[in-house]
Design a binder for this molecule. Sequence first.
Ligand code: PNS
Length: 162
Amino acid sequence: MSRAVCPGSFDPVTHGHLDIIARAARLFDEVIVAIGVNPSKSRLFAPDERVAMLERSVAGLDVANVRVAGFTGLVTDFCREQDAQAIVKGLRSSSDFDYELPMAHMNVALTSVETVFLPTATGQSFVSSSLVKEVAAFGGDVSAFVPPFVLDALTARLAERT
Ligand code: PNS
């Protein structure tokens, strides 16, 4: 059985992430969306909130072979625990490639887990969680980039912080 891990912070999940997850689900028998939990990094949404947002988002995709989990520590250790052979990452640009390539090399050096890069859908190539948060924080309309319930959660969370 082929199994891939799609790791990320997903703070919050965007349509760009969901495009990559859905396409990965058509390439592998099973895909695990792995939400990195790093207590030393400050995030807008807590790990359990991000897991819940991913679970709801994935339920809306037309694929049935995706599950969601949080992980701490090395992504390669998580892959080994889950018996996953591959990590799937989306690439928006050459700068993403430059950032991701050393990690892919490190991950295959640590274990035999290969990284598979998928080009982000052209319409999503400028979308990132960071930009979505920044634009939303200044009152910009980010409804095209995240699921509606994520937009609601983002709006509410940002309102709490002002
Ligand atoms: O969405 P992000 O913030 O780019 O996701 C980063 C993430 C969680 C995928 C990355 O930080 C990660 O893999 N963290 C786990 C720690 C790890 O394995 N580090 C070594 C990478 S070579």
